[in-house]
Structures are given as structure tokens and as C-alpha cells.
Design a binder for this molecule. Structure first.
Ligand code: NAD
Length: 313
């Protein structure tokens, strides 16, 4: 296993932007790109390679599944993306079929990597990847609500006029319409949001803050309406998860993780704050939730379980 080598399957908007971001990260010395449209992977590898002399040395090439044998991390971003008016869950049948043609090829050559799923609907497809791969559940991760949480921090920081890195808050649950914001523990560097609004003279108080959740939830729809796809922020979210894995950071990130006997939820992959390190998901955390948040998380998990039950995997 080469800890400095990763594979990316799917070189569309998300996969190629992720490859570009990771190529500049210094985390890897070798990256293999795979796409059903091999020429697309070749073109992306050429384009990114032509810029690497401006950064750390990294070899990037278009390959096939045999090239994944020694990868420590394999990112899956292949499949259909949302069109205007589609929800993430609308993509399920198409992308499960695509995953059935991808995941067995990975496990045929590599049983020790960490698999990081980005394709939507990401929580359901992380479950599908776990089932199809036979990997330990801790080594199958989805990008979860890491992006949604970044959107929440950005928009809340913008509203309050403070550095978004000082906002501590999570979006959890499905990466999709049933996700929720955990406002009960949200804070600005230790100061609860309500107290911060009062102290800083934000007249709208918590009512205005609550409306930020709708903006977060609808972000992808708003971007897709204007430019057909979202890819920059998700690529940076994938980079953040990748850093936690490669550097064995034990970072708390709301990735899609296997949840069983937490929050009264069983047997589902869902976006939940988890400790992430070189072995993948090391621990799922039980963070304090208000009654309404706990109910919303349970309902989100039930939505995902209802879909998983119908799948032929
Ligand atoms: P895209 O259409 O630009 O790219 C998809 C790529 O997958 C294409 O290059 C296609 O050739 C390739 N592909 C299709 N079938 C394949 C197969 N069997 N094997 C290998 N490659 C195959 O789409 P995109 O905009 O890059 O989006 C990719 C996925 O990422 C979508 O499902 C999208 O919804 C999802 N996404 C997830 C998040 C997140 O937060 N998790 C954010 C943005 C997008």
C-alpha cells in the first residue's frame, strides 16, 4: 500500500476539480484518474500535470482499475449529477447501476484502501459501496455534510460579520433535503449564538439565523440553476477529509459514517460528526441534540433507510 497514492474514479466536474485541488495539496506523490470516458481522464491528467511544476512534485495519469491496487485512498465521483429541478435522491437508480459496475472492480484489486464516496445521493451510495465492496464499515466514508457545514459556517459568519472559521456548528443527517442544522450547540468561539446576537446588536436574533438553514439546504439548487453543477467547494471539502485521513489527524468531521446504536438510529450511513484518521472513521460521536433536532435526525435516517430497503444490492 502506497500512502502517497490515491485514485479518483469519475473525472467530470467534481472528480477533475478534486484531482486539481489534491494535486496542489502536497498530500500525494501519485494520482491515478479513471473514467468510463478514458480520453476525458487522459485530458484532465494532461491539463493538471502541466501545472505541477508550480507546486509539489506529483505524477498524475489516466489509468485503469489495476492501477488502484496500491492506492491508500480511492475517491468515487462517477455518475449522474443533478439537473435543474432534480433532488439528489432522484439520481439513485442510475447511480446504483453505475456503482455496480465500479465497486467490484475496486475490491478485486484492493481490499485495504479507504473508499471515499462523493457521488449523490452520497449517503445511500456510501451504504451501497459498503455492501458491494465487502470492506469494513470504518473504511467506507461519504463526504456527508462536510460541505453543508462549510456553507452553514460561511453564511452564518457573513450574517454576523465575523470570521466564518470562528463559527462552530454542524449540519447533520442526509446530504439533501432532510438534513438539519444543530443550532442548540452552535456558537461563535464559545459564545452561544443567541448571546452573540444580543451582544453584537443583531436585531433579527435567532429568527434571522434560523433562515440561514434554508439557504444552506437550497445552495446546490441555487448554484445548479445558474451554472449546472457544483464542484469547487465540494472539491475543497474532499481535500479536508483527505487531509484528516492522510495525516491521521483524528479530526471531527460530519462525514457519512455507519451509524448503529447512536441517537436511536440503526444500520444506516448518514452525515454525523465522527473522528476521522488514517483508519477511516474511528468513532461516531453522540453530540448533544435538542428534542426537535433528535427527531429531525431520526426522520432523516428513516428517509435514507426507506430508500435503501428498496434497493437491489
Ligand atoms: P459529471 O457528469 O460532470 O461527471 C461524472 C463523470 O462520471 C463523467 O466524467 C462520466 O464519464 C463518469 N462516469 C459515469 N459512469 C462511469 C463509470 N461507470 N465508470 C467511471 N466513470 C463513470 O458529474 P459531476 O458534476 O462531476 O458530479 C458527479 C457526482 O458528484 C454527481 O452525483 C453529483 O451529484 C455529485 N456531487 C456530490 C456533492 C457532495 O457534496 N457529495 C457535491 C457536488 C456534486
Amino acid at each position: 500500500m502506497n500512502i502517497k497514492k490515491c485514485g479518483i474514479i469519475g473525472c467530470g466536474f467534481v472528480g477533475s476539480t478534486t484531482a486539481f485541488v489534491l494535486a496542489g495539496s502536497g498530500l500525494f506523490s501519485e494520482m491515478v484518474l479513471i473514467d468510463i470516458n478514458h480520453e476525458k481522464a487522459v485530458g484532465e491528467a494532461m491539463d493538471i500535470s502541466h501545472g505541477v511544476s508550480f507546486g509539489s512534485p506529483v505524477k498524475i495519469y489516466a489509468g485503469d482499475y489495476s492501477d488502484l491496487a496500491d492506492c491508500s485512498l480511492i475517491i468515487i465521483a462517477a455518475g449522474a449529477n443533478q439537473e435543474q429541478g432534480q433532488t439528489r435522491l432522484d439520481l439513485i437508480n442510475k447511480n446504483v447501476t453505475i456503482f455496480k459496475s465500479i465497486v467490484p472492480n475496486i475490491s478485486a484489486v484492493n481490499k485495504n484502501a479507504i473508499l471515499l464516496v462523493v457521488t449523490n445521493p452520497v449517503d445511500v451510495l456510501t451504504y451501497v459501496t459498503w455492501k458491494l465492496s465487502g470492506f469494513d464499515k470504518s473504511r467506507v466514508i461519504g463526504s456527508g455534510t462536510v460541505l453543508d457545514t462549510a456553507r452553514l459556517k460561511y453564511l452564518t459568519g457573513e450574517y454576523l460579520g465575523v470570521d466564518y472559521r470562528s463559527i462552530h456548528a454542524f449540519i447533520i443527517g442526509e446530504h439533501g433535503d432532510s438534513e438539519l442544522a444543530v443550532w442548540s450547540s452552535a456558537n461563535v468561539s464559545g459564545i452561544d449564538l443567541d448571546g452573540f446576537c444580543t451582544a453584537s446588536g443583531h436585531a433579527g436574533g435567532m429568527q434571522s439565523i434560523y433562515s440561514i438553514y434554508d439557504k444552506v439546504k437550497n445552495s446546490a439548487y441555487e448554484i445548479i440553476k445558474r451554472k449546472e453543477a457544483t464542484y469547487y467547494a465540494i472539491a475543497l471539502a474532499v481535500r479536508r477529509i483527505t487531509e484528516a485521513i492522510v495525516r491521521d489527524e483524528h479530526s471531527v468531521l460530519p462525514v457519512t459514517a455507519y451509524v448503529d446504536s447512536h441517537y436511536g438510529i440503526n444500520d444506516v450511513f448518514i452525515g454525523i460528526p465522527s473522528i476521522v484518521g488514517s483508519n477511516g472513521v474511528e468513532n461516531v460521536l453522540d453530540i448533544p441534540l435538542s428534542d426537535s433536532e433528535a427527531k429531525a435526525l431520526y426522520a432523516s435516517a428513516e428517509t435514507l433507510k426507506g430508500i435503501i430497503k428498496e434497493l437491489d444490492i
